[in-house]
Design a protein around this ligand. Sequence first.
Ligand SMILES: *Cc1c(COP(=O)(O)O)cnc(C)c1O
Length: 371
Amino acid sequence: MAVGRTTTRDVVVISYGRQLLDEDDIAAVVAVLRGDWLTQGPAVEKFEQSLAHAVEAPYAVVFSSATAGLHAALAVAEIGAGDVVATSSLSFVASANCARYLGATPAFVDVDPGTLNLRPDKVPADVAALVAVHYAGLPVDLSALHGRPPVIVEDAAHALGAITPDGPVGNCARSDMCVFSFHPVKAITTGEGGAVTTRSRALADALRRFRSHGIVRVPEKGGWYYQVAGLGYNYRLTDVQSALGQSQLSKLEGFLARRAELAQRYDALLADLPVTLPPVAPSGTRHAHHLYAVRIRDRRRVYDGLRERGIVPQVHYVPIHHHPAFAGLGFTVEHLPETERAYEQLLSLPLHPGLTNEDQDLVVDILKRLL
Ligand SMILES: *Cc1c(COP(=O)(O)O)cnc(C)c1O
């Protein structure tokens, strides 16, 4: 069985995304299991330092998920009831829910069809915060904002390893905080997990408090003594997960190179087919290639045809404003025409570091026949 395939019953499944683990990863996890700490031990801090180093940020704070990290980021930036938070509707629901957790209201900004990122020039001047989603791993050009919102959080769930002319995504050159995900389909995995990076010591401290019940240690009052300084949660990542993250992070460059190679192969193999290829990164920018999302007519038929033959593509995304839970916000096709047009046609083809050339050729062959 080729790496990157799974079998359900007798059908080989080639999925749009999946993790790539090796014996080093497994050994790193087992070593923690044999040690003294399962959580809140040294592996967490080590992973945070490695991650901060990798994205050239002074601080990294790991969380139990990117969703928890997004919640924390907006909370420590003091977003609350009455605030409006701009984001993309062409994203995962967590990009908007983070505002709603705090009683704030999401406002969706239409995407640029050339990048599928929200249009920075369309971010309303009066929003309290912007959650900028780097769709598919292509960074939003934050230098093109017309005026800086008071708070900028990058949703970089797709973009670990992406680089902008200002440096790696995560260095927060043009944002306050940047959030990564370590879900199994993302660039590296901890099972579930996420992280927030920042340049601000005060924000990093606040993120750590928020992650762990609002607790602050006060050693002057005794070794046991702690205070609950504010509202917090249990959003911690375990040592077991952090060890996996540390081991995975050491392979990030290889994963990114393989993703880029597969994306280039798709570009060549699909060049003569009636599909619109994904946006390419402008010079000075490195794409993280989290997704390979083409635009295609008759998407429903193509999706079903691929599924019938054991290929599992995905649609990124059902726009957030389509969901019943967001209907009350009143966003329609008039507000978000490019988001709607993109949604009608988008299809993410299998792309992950364990995908073999043979599996990719099979995907393309089936696609050709369907078109
Ligand atoms: C995956 C993802 C998230 C959520 O990440 P979790 O770690 O699963 O909470 C948020 N935003 C985007 C754009 C994502 O793709």
